[in-house]
Design a protein around this ligand. Structure first.
Ligand code: NAP
Length: 640
């Protein structure tokens, strides 16, 4: 095994190493030491992290023990610096012992293959699709794919198709790549999944913060487009309006509208990578158009509007408002927030923290440290809180909690609310949700949101809004609130999948008519009657508490390439998922969602469509999705 490419040699003096170790993630460091030396004793002693989602495992290790680990590490790294050596490959049992140590539990047999792939110690690309490379290059080169969208999933599609030697074209409605990370520029916008996991598995980055800001993410995706030579494949400022499948030829014909007017494109397959959260949703409040001041949606931030000294009204308290209110409240004369439903707040002290310089040093210089650190983050973010948001059949049905673990989780979250708002019972009451944790998207915070609510110039109102007037907002209690600027932080048209495109499949049936308000797909990817149409981040692939959505896109792309390989192997032009397979799958998904907090609770959320069905969420483990999407089963499909 060779030491990871891009790793810098350890050239620093003892003091440099010592200083870096002060900022090490101790459990990841301990495993790295075992890996480097082959000596597992360090993992078998009395120093063990306690691994819980809401706590930092480092804090569970007493300072004296941390110092002992750092001393051992200093000795090992000094030796490595003075006489670099190639560590032996750990045996399977050793890898498992390391994983058990970092996860704080005996990893189940079914997890081992999955986690080993994710860890990729042998440098293999865990989400690549090997099947496609077994086909003749000429066959691959004769196939053409049209990708819709150049955000996180669309770029990934481009990278994987290019690797596979399959010609492709991407249409992108914006003038640049990045999707959500290009569009959302509101103050304070940042990723709220740990960044070392929220990145392509094959393109790790030395992130400046644990949860980096929008511009850093935009640059990451832009850099990927450059690095993988994708820009020449992208038609910018171009929207796909309609696509039609032709049964005779087994191909798609798409109408797109771009800077040069309408154009027709042909493709063997279409990959929709349009995301779930990119069509801003204006609320159905009467009078929104009447307001005479400046008003805009948070995803279409008006940077020409200087909020300094202004009276600002904010409608909504979701993930977007959560991030910008603490910032704008420092400039505006006043910020009045209209809250309909309070979100649960999950504390994370790292939320705004820089990755410390010592940690950067370790990630860049110490062999395997970055891998084990990512693995540890992946595990903690992966199956994370799933158990605490799963419903217990025997638990008394209520809007309070759905199981004992959920009740405990609720208690922890209430403690955090009290820690910040104990001195403001009025706010504590308004900010305490009356639905189970997990029923709606919980928001990560280190206290910035809760503390900003206490500012003298911030008011949190829970009076329902009656209407928007020319001067501001009138609530149902009759109070009028006047504003200079009104911001709609009211989310996205999430359940309008693939909106507003018109996609015509077999027998000319239009996708949205086929769905009839109930978007469904097989594994979130394929839809019966729409051969060779593949979705990334399609129905029921959103995650609530576990993992990063990039993981899902990587799994989806692997599956999609598996489908293309299958087609080419069978020498057929298109594949269509069988209706009974799709329906059985969706019954399984619906039953899974009914067993989760978001399926039990009656609270309104963008996870549900108008009929109340959970159309967005994946209710199972990441392992399950990984297994489901390893490769397509030929018997699930009819071939054309
Ligand atoms: P959101 O979570 O859907 O929040 C919309 C807010 O507007 C909610 O508070 C909602 O109240 C309120 N609202 C909607 N219609 C209303 C009405 N008629 N009257 C009063 N209030 C109304 O939207 P978002 O904050 O833009 O976030 C959407 C999703 O995007 C997030 O859940 C997340 O997945 C993603 N996101 C991620 C990040 C990140 O990772 N950093 C940041 C932003 C967004 P109710 O709760 O009562 O419906």
């Amino acid at each position: 095994m060779t030491i990871a490419e891009g790793l810098k040699p350890i050239s620093g003096d003892d003091e440099t190493i010592r200083a870096a170790l002060e900022q090490a993630d101790i459990p990841a460091l301990m495993v790295t030491l075992a890996h480097l030396t082959g000596d597992m004793d360090i993992l078998r002693g009395d120093i063990r992290p306690s691994v819980e989602f809401l706590g930092d495992p480092n804090e569970s290790i007493p300072e004296a023990d941390q110092a002992r680990v750092r001393e051992i590490a200093l000795a090992v790294l000094r030796r490595y610096r003075d006489e670099p050596f190639e560590p032996d490959n750990p045996a399977e049992t050793q890898i498992r012992e390391m994983m058990n140590f970092l996860t704080g539990q005996e990893i189940g047999e079914d997890y081992v293959e999955f986690l080993e792939a994710e860890l990729s110690l042998n440098g293999e690309d865990p989400y690549a699709q090997p099947e496609i490379f077994e086909l003749p290059a000429a066959q691959r080169a004769a196939f053409k794919v049209l990708v819709i969208g150049a955000g996180m999933s669309g770029l990934l599609a481009g990278i994987r198709l290019k690797e596979a030697g399959i010609p492709f074209e991407i249409v992108e409605k914006n003038s640049d790549v990045g999707g959500t990370w290009l569009e959302n520029t509101y103050p304070g916008c940042r990723v709220d999944s740990a960044n070392h996991v929220y990145s392509y598995s094959f393109r790790p980055q030395d992130w400046p913060q644990h949860f980096s800001a929008q511009e850093v993410l935009r640059q990451y995706f832009s850099g990927c487009a450059d690095q993988y030579g994708l820009r020449e494949h992208i038609r910018f400022d171009t929207e796909l309006t309609t696509a039609r499948f032709d049964e005779g030829s087994g191909t798609w014909t798409a109408e797109v509208r771009g800077p040069d007017g309408p154009r027709t494109l042909q493709a063997n397959a279409i990959i929709s990578a349009v995301g779930q959260l990119n069509r801003p949703r204006m609320p159905d409040i009467p009078g929104c158009e009447r307001f005479s001041g400046a008003s805009f949606h948070s995803a279409e931030w008006r940077h020409d509007q200087d909020l300094s000294g202004k009276r600002v009204g904010v409608i909504g308290t979701g993930a977007s408002a959560f991030q910008f209110v603490p910032i704008i409240s420092q400039q505006a004369a006043s910020v009045t927030i209209f809250q309909r439903t309070p979100p649960w707040v999950v504390p994370n002290p790292d939320y705004f923290q820089e990755v410390p310089s010592g940690m950067h040093w370790l990630l860049n210089h110490v062999p395997y440290y970055a891998k084990w650190f990512r693995f540890s983050m992946f595990w903690r973010a992966a199956e994370g809180l799933l158990d605490s948001v799963s419903a217990d059949e025997k638990w008394q049905v209520s809007e309070r909690s759905v199981s004992e673990a959920n009740e405990q989780f609720r208690g922890q979250l209430i403690e955090n609310l009290k820690a910040h708002l104990g001195d403001r019972p009025d706010l504590l009451e308004k900010c305490t949700p009356h639905y189970p944790p997990g029923a709606k998207r919980a928001l990560i915070d280190d206290g910035a949101w809760l503390e900003s609510l206490k500012r003298d110039n911030v008011a949190l109102l829970t009076d329902p809004i009656a209407e928007v007037t020319t001067a501001g907002v009138r609530t149902e209690s009759g109070n009028e609130h006047e504003f200079d600027v009104l911001i709609f932080a009211t989310g996205f048209k999430a359940s309008d999948f693939l909106h507003p495109m018109k996609i015509y499949g077999l027998e000319g049936v239009e996708l949205h008519e086929a769905w009839n308000g109930e978007p469904r797909a097989y594994k979130g990817i394929t839809i019966p009657g729409f051969p060779n149409l593949f979705c990334c981040y399609g129905p029921n692939t959103n995650i609530v508490v576990n993992g990063s959505i990039i993981f899902f896109s990587e799994c989806e792309m692997r599956y999609i390439l598996g489908c293309l390989a299958l087609l080419m192997k069978e020498n057929r032009s298109a594949l269509d998922v069988k209706r009974d397979v799709h329906e059985a799958y969706n019954r399984w998904i619906d039953a899974g969602n009914r067993g989760m907090a978001w399926g039990r609770s009656g609270v309104n959320t963008w996870y549900k469509n108008a009929s109340g069905r959970i159309t967005q969420n994946w209710p199972f483990t990441l392992l399950e999705f990984w297994q489901q999407t390893r490769e397509p089963a030929p018997e699930d499909y009819s071939f054309i």
